[in-house]
Design a binder for this molecule. Structure first.
Ligand code: AMP
Length: 286
């Protein structure tokens, strides 16, 4: 596995791959790899000849006061894990390499970035779309794989790629969970023992919602109230949002059908966790 740190080297590597008629799949990440990340990388290795994983804690998607400084990092372990699942190149630039002095350009998607996570993190998605754009230009992948855990990010990127005619196929990958149901996340490492127990409220409320839908309930307001109660009964959990929305447009829904997902953001102590899933047809929104 090659370790690439400079943008010039990344561009050259990509040009060489195309000259050799090799297809490229890109998996953008912020590192501190868990099984969720690794399953995206395995999928990438199945769809393309070469896999590039970017490991970059992107400063522009964090607001002042968020966890940029404390975001967990573990480069040596990450590199070993990536190599173990068949990654061809690990692209890990320094922030100055990605944002040299004088950098002034932002790529932003309107409307769907203002809902859900965008309400409490108003500048987050423009940071994401800008850096993903840069990664697409540097790597020029045939495929890019994103987790459905960050379903709004996936919807925003699909919108950007369609709107800007970007020649890359976006693939969503199902949520990977711990044995007890908690969606894997690098931020789970912030949780102490008691918070880890409380964090299960996201999965439990999703399961409770599914039980009621299975029993015939189709009203979104009623299901949202049930989810609200499950989370509040878990103690010390602060609800950021609970919404039942169309999985593509992210519009609120009044009735439950196979196109909607339940989306949650909950703060457990200082840690903000997100989760989502379909309520009809299947477990996660795969
Ligand atoms: P991150 O490093 O948290 O920015 O995540 C990098 C990629 O991995 C994103 O596309 C995430 O949606 C995806 N991802 C993170 N956690 C999971 C998970 N538990 N299951 C599936 N994909 C995930």
């Amino acid at each position: 596995m090659e370790i690439i740190k400079s943008t010039a080297e990344m561009i050259q590597w990509s040009a060489n791959s195309r000259a050799e008629a090799k297809t490229i799949a890109l998996v953008p990440t912020m590192g501190f790899f868990h099984e969720g990340h690794l399953s995206l990388m395995r999928r990438a290795a199945k769809v393309a000849d070469r896999v590039v994983v970017s490991l970059f804690v992107n400063p522009t998607q964090f607001a002042p006061g968020e966890d940029l400084g404390s975001y967990p990092r573990s480069f040596e372990l990450d590199a070993a894990r990536a190599q173990g699942v068949g990654v061809t190149a690990l692209f890990c630039p320094d922030p100055d390499e990605m944002y040299p002095p004088g950098f002034r350009t932002t790529v932003a998607v309107a409307e769907i970035t203002k809902k859900l996570c965008g309400k409490s993190r108003p500048h987050h998605f423009s940071g994401v779309t800008t850096v993903v754009n840069k990664l697409f230009n540097l790597v020029q992948p045939n495929f890019a794989i994103f987790g459905e855990k960050d379903f709004q990010q996936l919807a925003v990127i699909r919108r950007m790629v369609a709107d800007l005619h970007m020649p890359v196929e976006i693939m969503g990958h199902a949520i990977v969970r711990e044995k007890d149901g908690l969606a894997m996340s690098s931020r789970n490492s912030y949780l102490n023992e008691e918070e880890r127990r409380q964090a299960l409220c996201l999965w439990r409320s999703l399961q409770e919602a599914r039980q009621h839908v299975l029993a015939g309930e189709r009203g979104c307001a009623k299901i949202e109230k049930i989810v609200h109660d499950v989370i509040n009964n878990h103690g010390h959990c602060h609800i950021d949002y609970i919404e039942i929305i169309d999985k593509d447009t992210l519009e609120s829904s009044a009735r439950i059908d196979s196109d909607v997902i339940l989306a949650l953001a909950v703060r457990i102590g200082k840690t903000r966790l997100i989760d989502n899933g379909r309520l009809l047809h299947g477990e996660d929104n795969a």
